[in-house]
Design a protein around this ligand. Structure first.
Ligand code: BGC
Length: 771
């Protein structure tokens, strides 16, 4: 896939439209047109048979397969497996046969092809006319959605019209368990099929993942309408070992409108016992069938209206930016709903196999902000509780690596709390993830004011993190300071470095925050405090004094003469080149240079020192931020999708709005325009969280200052008006920004004070306008 994608999809405020079918872009479009509902996800694969290149993808949240690690030389400490979200049995399949001929979009003439992702109401629609080799012409239109209300239900309305023939038409509606993952270390099948069943009008398939033993049941029911009337006709059940469905035979007359409705329930053993699964799944499919397509869809669409009323962003004057941000918000909303604290967000969500659907530091560093500001606080809280529930495993993980006394090292990649990264130097060494987990607790409490979280869950995690950092630093006699050796910072184009400024900063900040948290819980929740001290065998005097000593004596590499925080020791020994000096044909360097060359070079993959400045911005003057930004940004190649957003926010912070806008554009339409030429692998869900941040924290200038919302907006010239919604401490607010004024409307909740451009104003349920 190397075709230019820019402007391939039509610009529309509320939808993504593909006109004309291009098989070379099929896998990219399958990613773009993915649907999800927090519980499951489905790539934009075709319902009909398609023998061209396609990445089949249907995923169930929380279900994984432990794919045994593959390395050349095994070393102690390597994880046993890399967790992968298995491609689940295909439940969308509807094949069309006509007297020995089958519709295959790879093998026929297609005209009028149109695929639409309707983001307003969360559905995928497709229409085309196909001419088969025999000359038969068929018109097809399909709509499908994954219910946001009943998150175990998917539904398809599939309409077929024979345009120039009459005859027997067979619609084969099925569930197919014969599926594989493209990314499998040993070409194993991830599922085994336990049972199938079929009767006229319904069928089911019960499957179990090998090794991990997750079970999932897929039940389907069908209805058929011919020319608007429900029709009972000959339905032949189809049942094989790994396949179940129905063949619906229709004596079609030219121009008949034949509509097949397919209702599918997908239930899994995270929520149901083995004995209940098939029965409950059948009942769920029946429920959907009884409601019928239009009602089911109506409820789903209403839920999307509600989601948009909480999270929409309006950009007037820039339709492509408008489409970009809605595309990002749409996918964030359908990837994670916060209903289940056992679930998290994979960097590609449910849109592809890359990263295995596992949890990375992405959640705490880039994604939580969106949910914190657009959803009820329980949603972000659940993301934190996910890590709390993994605390014992993180302690075990640290023990395995040689740490002791309750120190926790959370995994860089995980699905169940166990580490399952597949690269040592790049991934494992990024111990800075422990810092992001602490900082997310801080951000959550700063935003919500829910300090009870510290007593209930947070403090235990912070103590274990601080114990880790205490053991991970070592005293350097040469420097007379504590140092942290052998790490990889957020910039993965440097491995095994000493004193990565960002990591050292995160470590010492975590120690400081844990001391504050101890103090708060001791004062405000004394009973709980006592039980945490006992549970963790906390030795107050010795532990807190050793932490304080590290805080006082942590080493931070600096380039004093230029007032710069140095990315790591010896960074200035590198040949100092600017990214602009690179020949465009060498970019991205990760596709053109050897790894050796990348590691030796000065070029930075993504914000590193600047990531730290972003996190602790209030500690630094604008001048310090500017100096560091102006030093690092030109050396940054932004080859991680997580890079432009942080730079955009900081560019805004130093008043460089148009620069911020340029960077914002790279994140906002990253997938729609396929900047990184890899959208076929799946969408960059983490970067979507970053895009939201670059608007609300960047152009909106949102910060929380002592429990108060504070805004210092500044929008690009091209934008006539920017508006976004916020959920803040029980209130819903809408913020509107133009170059002339800022307005805040309290939609729901008690009046509150908001700081706008340094002025404190009272907001009531009418617009407060500041000029
Ligand atoms: C980034 C990491 C990130 C990972 C998953 C990598 O390219 O450098 O920071 O955690 O992708 O999104």
């Amino acid at each position: 896939m190397d075709k230019k994608m820019e402007n391939y999809y039509k610009i529309d405020e509320w939808s993504v439209v593909e006109e004309g079918f291009d098989p070379q872009r099929q896998e990219a479009s399958e990613s773009i047109f993915s649907l999800g509902n927090g519980h499951m996800g489905q790539r934009g694969n075709f319902e009909e048979r398609y023998t061209g290149e396609s990445l089949q993808g249907s995923y169930i949240a929380g279900v994984y397969y432990p794919d045994k690690t593959r390395v050349g030389w095994w070393k102690n400490g390597y994880p046993e497996y890399f967790a992968k979200m298995p491609n689940a049995p295909n439940w969308i399949g509807i094949h069309i046969r006509m007297e020995g001929e089958e519709l295959d979009l790879h093998n026929c003439k297609i005209s009028g092809f149109r695929r639409i992702l309707n983001m307003k109401h969360g559905y995928l629609e497709r229409s085309f006319v196909a001419e088969l080799n025999s000359g038969r012409q068929l018109q097809v239109n399909s709509r499908r959605f994954l219910s946001m209300v009943y998150d175990e239900i998917g539904a398809i309305r599939y309409t077929v019209k024979p345009l120039n023939f009459s005859g027997v038409l067979e619609l084969v509606s099925f569930i197919d368990g014969n599926v594989v993952n493209r990314d499998s270390n040993y070409n194993e099948k991830f599922w085994e099929i336990l049972a199938t069943g079929a009767q006229p009008g319904k069928a089911f398939l019960h499957a179990r993942t090998r090794k991990s033993g997750f079970e999932a049941c897929f039940s389907m029911m069908t209805d058929l309408k011919v020319n608007g009337k429900l029709t009972s006709l000959e339905i032949q059940p189809l049942q094989q070992e790994d396949f179940a469905g129905n063949i619906l035979k229709i004596n079609a007359v030219q121009d008949d409108e034949i509509i097949l409705y397919k209702y599918v329930a997908i239930l899994d053993s995270l929520n149901y016992s083995h004995d209940q699964l098939i029965e409950k799944c059948g009942k769920a499919a029946q429920m959907a069938y009884d409601k019928k397509f239009d009602r089911l869809f109506g409820e789903h669409a209403a839920k999307w209206d509600e989601k948009w009323s909480q999270s929409d962003i309006i950009i007037e004057g820039d339709p492509s930016a408008q489409q970009g941000i809605r595309f990002n918000i749409f996918h964030l909303n359908q990837t994670y709903t916060g209903r289940d604290e056992r679930l998290n967000i994979g960097p590609k969500g449910f849109t592809g196999e890359k990263y295995g659907g596992s949890t990375y530091w992405d959640t705490e560093a880039f994604l939580i902000h969106f949910y914190l500001s657009t959803e009820h606080e329980s949603v972000a809280r659940n993301l934190l509780i996910y890590r709390y529930k993994h605390l014992d495993k993180a302690i075990e993980n640290a023990l395995k690596l040689g740490f002791n006394t309750g120190a926790a090292l959370f995994p860089m990649v995980t699905i169940n709390g166990e580490e399952c990264h597949n690269e040592w130097e790049i991934t494992f060494e990024e111990i800075h993830r422990n810092g992001a987990i602490a900082h997310a607790i801080y951000n959550y409490i700063r935003y919500t004011g829910d300090s009870g979280y510290l007593a209930e869950y947070g403090l235990e995690v912070l103590i274990a993190l601080s114990r880790f950092w205490r053991q991970r630093v070592n005293w350097s006699d040469v420097k007379g300071k504590y140092v942290i050796l052998g790490v990889t910072g957020p910039n993965e184009y440097e491995n095994n470095v000493n004193n990565n400024w960002y990591t050292n900063k995160m470590a010492s900040w975590t120690l400081k925050y844990t001391l504050q948290a101890l103090d708060l819980v001791m004062r405000e929740f004394p009973i709980r405090y006592k039980s945490i001290i006992e549970k963790t065998s906390f030795r107050f005097d010795t532990e807190t004094s050793s932490w304080q000593d590290i805080i006082n004596n942590m080493y931070f590499p600096l380039l004093e003469e230029r007032g710069i925080f140095l990315q790591q020791d010896a960074f200035m020994d590198k040949e100092q080149r600017m990214a602009s000096e690179l020949d465009p044909s060498e970019r991205p360097i990760n596709q053109h240079w050897s790894w050796d060359r990348i590691l030796r070079s000065v070029f930075i993959k993504q914000a590193d020192v600047l990531q730290g400045i972003f996190c602790f911005e209030e500690e630094y003057s604008t001048e310090t931020i500017r100096r560091n930004y102006e030093f690092y940004e030109p050396r940054t190649v932004h080859e991680s999708s997580l890079s432009p957003c942080i730079h955009s926010i900081l560019a805004n912070r130093i008043g460089e709005v148009e620069k911020a806008y340029g960077l914002y554009l790279r994140t906002s339409r990253l997938d729609l325009d396929d900047y990184n030429k890899e959208v076929n692998d799946g969408l960059h869900i983490t970067s979507m969280g970053g895009t939201w941040m670059s608007i609300v924290l960047g152009f909106g200038g949102l910060r929380i200052k002592e429990g108060m919302l504070s805004l210092t907006p500044n929008i690009p010239k091209k934008w006539k008006y920017l508006s976004f919604n916020l959920n803040f401490r029980g209130r819903n607010l809408n913020v509107g920004i133009s170059d002339k004024h800022v307005d805040v409307l309290l939609i729901k909740g008690d009046p509150l004070k908001v700081e706008i451009n340094g002025k404190i104003v009272n907001c009531f349920q009418e617009k407060t306008v500041l000029r």
